[in-house]
Design a binder for this molecule. Structure first.
Ligand code: MOS
Length: 693
């Protein structure tokens, strides 16, 4: 049952429909809300009905549950109309008039001068390296929005219970995030609410923070109505008003001496939108990856989450890293071409190795398998040969390019998150009949933890897989093993479950109910991370990828056909091979969408223009029939059986590989130097028309 599927609550009660009244202007004082006459059984809910704090508990306290008198973006929830008949609710919403006193919004990230978060870090002496360089390169890179395009739109439901508790359930990734948020908005203690994840039709990051917003809104409405309330977004509403990947503007300055990159100075700006939500952590991950997979002695990075009066951005698979990797990979390619070197070889000679220092003065503690992974995709697609061949001048209608990228994804939470904030706990409960239940808060959002967690436990207990089960988490029954984010579930919580299973095996008594518990402990080898200095191991280990994309550009239509997309992925040991390969293929395809056709933007009023899948295209298997993912296994000793984080890695490197391929087909930097993604058919035609003029 998805949350939209319930005809009544599980205990047979009627469910009221709640619909949000969204702001239709980007910045204003709300002077009045004029409601039509509400029929019996219908009510209007707003900030004045919130029993607790009008704050959605995320990172900072700036996101309101319902607007506080001013609106900061188109879509901001002003209130909610609730009632038994959905059609009547919709009509009432249409008849509601909001009086605004409009103010001048800031829509352009280049004009935004208010920063939610601002960081600076580095090592070495960048200024000296630049002064001593043979050549200094300066470029600017832009990447756009990306919508998670999960199959099931956002939706949450709240049910007041007989004992006074509020039960909230729906489509979500992080049951305990919603728990903290709803308890705070209702002003109850933690025991006053409990949260269940319903079957969830995809998240990809989009259901990391936003279910807390809707969760609070339906809970406040259910509290006022004294009845269950559900709010399920329509697709249009979901595309326009839910968090997306942050558009980014990355300015890079890179010094080269004797054919080697000696310094990187990166100025990274993310368009956060109107509220801070998850931008702190998205930005941190993005800027940590700013120098890419390269050993560069002098690094200086600044990162800013810029406030604009647009839809707040949030989490999406990759979490800030696809933006900076795009900039750094393109930069390396452009420098190599300018130096007359092969771009793949130029990148290879800069690859980091085990023992090298990370951008934050941490350490790459484990072997870096990138050189072998270049050979692996070379074997799949004749990468080096074709890349050299397509670099030669081409003419005619169809022209080809082969692009390449190398990336990592830091496994688990960034910085001290696991150690200081999450402190995961997981449990196993054995019942007298010998079945074992996994108790953890990590939701299955399609990535397969309902399979992989029981596999680990059954393996250690040496019992059949069907004796172990993992239900969708309810915070009333499961400990807080942390959110389902950051490619952490299998690596962090899977390892806790493996250790718990060993404990249980050792104390196993037939016919008894038994319970064991495990807590996260930071691995001893880690250099502690300090956010105030931006120093230490930001991650215990890294997943690695090499990608190649071969395109054929039709210079008449601008359309680029992807002849092949090839990836070698190291996520450590795959606990379920089919699941992992499925993750790699799906993530890689999403990345190719981000690279090519998923262009989303807002109009001059700040309203997102793409509000349907007619106007926002995502790729399907038909667009990339020849997509190949191979696994490279570099075992991580602190993950279960050597497993590392997997979920996000495959998306991260697609855009630079694709855009480099397009650039090569168009004649390379000598003819067309490209600086943005997505790069679609219109962009190809725009580039080609420059030649004619
Ligand atoms: Mo994820 S993009 O860390 O929800």
């Amino acid at each position: 049952m998805y949350v939209a599927d319930y005809k009544t609550t599980a205990d047979g009660r009627e469910i009221l429909c709640g619909r949000l009244l969204h702001s239709s202007v980007a910045k204003a004082e709300v002077k009045a809300v004029r409601l039509p006459e509400l029929p019996d059984g219908y009510l209007y809910v707003d900030a004045s009905d919130i029993p607790g704090d009008n704050n959605v508990n995320i990172v900072l306290d700036d996101t309101p549950v319902f607007c506080r008198g001013n609106v900061e973006y188109i879509g901001e929830p002003i209130g909610m109309i609730v009632g038994p008949d959905e059609k009547v609710v919709d009509r009432l919403l249409k008849e509601t008039v909001v009086e605004y006193e409009e103010l001048e919004p800031v829509l352009d990230i280049r004009k935004g001068d208010e920063y939610f978060f601002s960081y600076e870090f580095g090592h070495g002496d960048v200024e000296k390296a630049i002064a001593e360089a043979d050549k200094v390169y300066e470029e600017e890179f832009e990447t756009g929005y990306q919508d998670q395009a999960y199959l099931e739109p956002q939706g949450m439901m709240a049910e007041p219970e007989a004992d006074g508790r509020m039960f909230v359930h729906g489509s979500l990734q992080c049951a305990y995030y919603v728990h903290g948020a709803v308890a705070r908005a209702l002003g109850t203690g933690p025991d006053g609410v409990h949260i269940l994840q319903d079957v969830t039709g995809g998240g990809f990051g989009g259901k990391e923070d936003f279910p807390s917003n809707i969760g609070c809104q339906v809970a406040v409405a259910a509290k006022k109505a004294g009845k269950p309330v559900r709010c399920v977004f329509g697709r249009r509403e979901d595309l326009e008003f839910t968090p997306k990947r942050h558009p980014a503007l990355c300015k890079y300055k890179v010094a080269v001496k004797d054919g080697r990159v000696t310094a990187v100075d990166a100025d990274v700006r993310f368009n956060a939108g109107a509220y801070s939500t998850l931008s702190a952590v998205v930005l941190q991950r993005g800027i940590i990856a700013a120098p890419g997979v390269y050993d560069i002695p002098n690094v200086h990075v600044t990162g800013k989450a810029v406030k604009t009066n647009t839809n707040p951005c949030g989490a999406y698979r990759g979490f800030g890293a696809p933006q900076t990797f795009f900039a750094m990979e393109m930069m390396m390619s452009h420098i190599a071409q300018d130096l007359g070197e092969d771009t793949i070889e130029f990148k290879e000679k800069h690859f980091v190795r085990k023992g090298d220092t990370t951008s934050t003065n941490g350490k790459y503690h484990f072997p870096v398998p990138l050189p072998a992974m270049v050979d692996e995709i070379d074997a799949l697609c004749e990468l080096r040969k074709k890349h050299m061949e397509y670099a030669k001048p081409q003419s005619g209608r169809y022209r080809r390019g082969m692009g390449f990228s190398a990336v990592f994804h830091g496994a688990g939470f960034t910085g001290s998150g696991e150690r200081d904030l999450i402190k995961a706990t997981a449990k196993l409960r054995k019942y007298p009949d010998g079945t074992v239940e996994v108790l953890a808060s990590n939701g299955d959002i399609g990535q397969g933890v309902r399979t992989t967690f029981p596999k680990i436990v059954a393996h250690e207990l040496n019992i059949p897989l069907d004796k172990v089960y993992y239900n969708h988490p309810d915070t009333a029954r499961v400990p807080d093993s942390g959110p389902t984010v950051a490619s952490r579930s299998l690596m962090i919580v899977g390892e806790l479950l493996r250790r718990a299973a060993i404990k249980l095996r050792d104390i196993w008594v037939e016919g008894e109910e038994q319970e064991v518990e495990e807590h996260y402990k930071e691995p001893d080898f880690m250099i502690p991370f300090y956010l105030d200095r931006f120093e230490g191991d930001a991650y215990p280990t890294y997943a690695w990828a090499t990608n190649a994309v071969e395109v054929e550009v039709d210079t008449y239509t601008g359309v680029a056909k992807i002849l092949g997309a090839y990836g070698s992925f190291d996520v450590g040991t795959p606990v379920d091979y089919n699941i992992v390969v499925g993750q790699m293929e799906g993530g890689f395809l999403q990345g190719l969408g981000y690279a090519s056709i998923e262009k989303m933007n807002y109009d001059n009023k700040g309203r997102i223009r793409n509000n349907s899948y007619t106007d926002y295209l995502i790729p399907t298997s038909m667009d990339v029939p020849n997509l190949k993912a191979v696994m490279h296994v570099e075992e991580y000793p602190d993950g279960p059986y050597g497993a590392k984080g997997a979920g996000e890695l495959p998306l991260v490197g697609a855009a630079p590989a694709y855009v480099e391929a397009i650039e090569q087909a168009l004649g390379g930097v000598a003819a067309h130097q490209l600086h943005f993604a997505p790069f679609n058919a219109e962009d190809v035609i725009a580039e080609l028309s420059k030649e004619v003029q």
